[in-house]
Each structure stands twice: as structure tokens, then as C-alpha cells.
Ligand binder design. Sequence first.
Ligand code: CP
Ligand code: NVA
Length: 298
Amino acid sequence: MKKDLLTLNDLTRDDLEKIFEFSTKLKQERGKVSYTPLSGKSIGLIFAKSSTRTRVSFEVGVNELGGTALYLDQGKMQVGRGETIADTANVLSRYLHGIVIRTFSQAGIEELARVASIPVINALTDDYHPCQIVADLLTIKEYSGKVDSSIRVAFYGDGKSNIANSLILAAKLTGIELVICSPESVGMNQNVAGNAPNVIWEKEPIKAAEGVDYFYTDVWVSMGFEEERAERMKIFQPYQVNSKLFEYAKKDAKFLHCLPAHRGEEVSADVMDSPRSIVFDEAENRLHVQKAIMSMLF
Ligand code: CP
Ligand code: NVA
């Protein structure tokens, strides 16, 4: 594997298979077998944005692997008062054995990773959320037995969000068929999709639902975009994932959401709380996948 995990472009298909295998083993052995590759190691968890799943799953993951996790509020670090990212990277490399970071700028974490001598894991930026999507792919593998071109995923909502971008990279990595369903004024990031034949943009919600195995959605207002809330509520309204869409999908289609969810906005309450919803399996898999990734990188 590469030194850092900043986007899914850092993983090969072979890396992904190794993560699946390792995560599954860690999942099965959790609480039964002690595995402590991070013993004696300290991992910095830098957060500039809110978090429930990511913070807790990384902290618990580091603890379970025998390491020590340090939660660092980016707003309270000197980087917020003018210290450069490069100086921060150099200093932290002298203390820590790995960095997990959730922040705004993808370019910022790329700079951090470039200068740091220790591995850096992206725990969400405005542009990408790779750990989330690896957990989603493991969840798909658990339910469908495979992650390949026979699987169709339709993402509804903000086609340019960190989740949509990361799903596009996942489609390029695995061959899954991905439909990004978003308004014409939003579309998807064509520079991320390139000319991948298995990534399609579709503005018509019903059309996008045809033959779908997994519906996926995310909040309409991502962290950092709160000022656009009123406008976003309006433009994404027709893109809610609700039970009507399931009539056009495969018979046993499932529902994925990275969470947090807003019932009545991007997903109807009946879908979110239905047996089709596998969002808590998905959330749980964050822990197992990140333990595997940290064992491999740190
Ligand atoms: N899905 C996810 O990253 O959740 P948090 O924002 O709660 O970490
Ligand atoms: N797109 C969302 C994902 C939250 C896990 C956000 O960035 O807020």
C-alpha cells in the first residue's frame, strides 16, 4: 500500500481486497482475539469539523489495536494562528506514528502528507471521504457477495459532494455501475469521473432508479456549506430517496447512507427505518475497515 490514504486513488484493487479480508477477520475476532500492532504507538486525530462516527470509530479502533489516540481540535492548534501546514507536519512527525485528519481542504491534507514522514489518513475533506466509502464497499460485499460490474449503485442528491466524488473513484476502482442522480445545475464532477463508462449522470430520479441494487444518499447541506442551506433545500427536493423509487429498482434493493441522516430531507423516514436500510451495518463497518487500514499503514 502507499504511505497515505488521501483518496481512493491511493488504493489498488489488490489493496482493497486485502482491506476486505483483514476487516472481516478483525470483525469476526473482535472481543475474542487480542491484536495490538499499534502497541507503543501514538496516533493524532485532527478534527476541524464535527463528527460522531469517524471520531469514535477511530478512537476505539486505535485503542483496540493497542495504541494511544490523541484527539486534536484543529481550531485549537497553532495552524489556525498562522503556523504553516509544513511546519505542523514536521513537528507532528517527531511525536506521532500516524495522523488521521478531518478538515476542509483536500490540498491542505495533501501538503500535510507530502511533508509528514508518518502516514496520513483522510477522515473527510470537502472533496473526499475514502474511509467511509471503503466501509460502504465492504457492506455491499457482505450483502451481495461481490463488488463488481454486476452491482448497480444510485447516488441521489449533491452530485459534487465528498461522498459522490468518492463513490465515483470507487466505481473506477471496482467496476460497479454508478448513477449520480442530481439536478442539472449541480451535475457531477466530470474531472473526477473522467471518461469512466460505468459512471453515469442522470437528472431524472425515476430513470436513475431502474435496476438499482443500492440506493445511496447523503445530507443536502454538507459541513461548511451551511450558508447555502435554503437554496440547497429547494434544488435537491426532487431527489429525496423514498419508497416510490424502490418500485423501479431490483426487488431486494437496499438503502445506504453515510449518516448523519435527516429524515424528510434526503431520505424519507419510512425508507431510513425500513428493513431495506442497512445504514447501521454500514456505520459499524467503519470501525472494522479503519482498524484494518490503520494496521496496514501505521
Ligand atoms: N459518516 C461520517 O463520517 O459520520 P461522522 O460525521 O459522524 O463522523
Ligand atoms: N457530505 C457530508 C458527509 C458527512 C459524513 C459532509 O461533508 O458533511
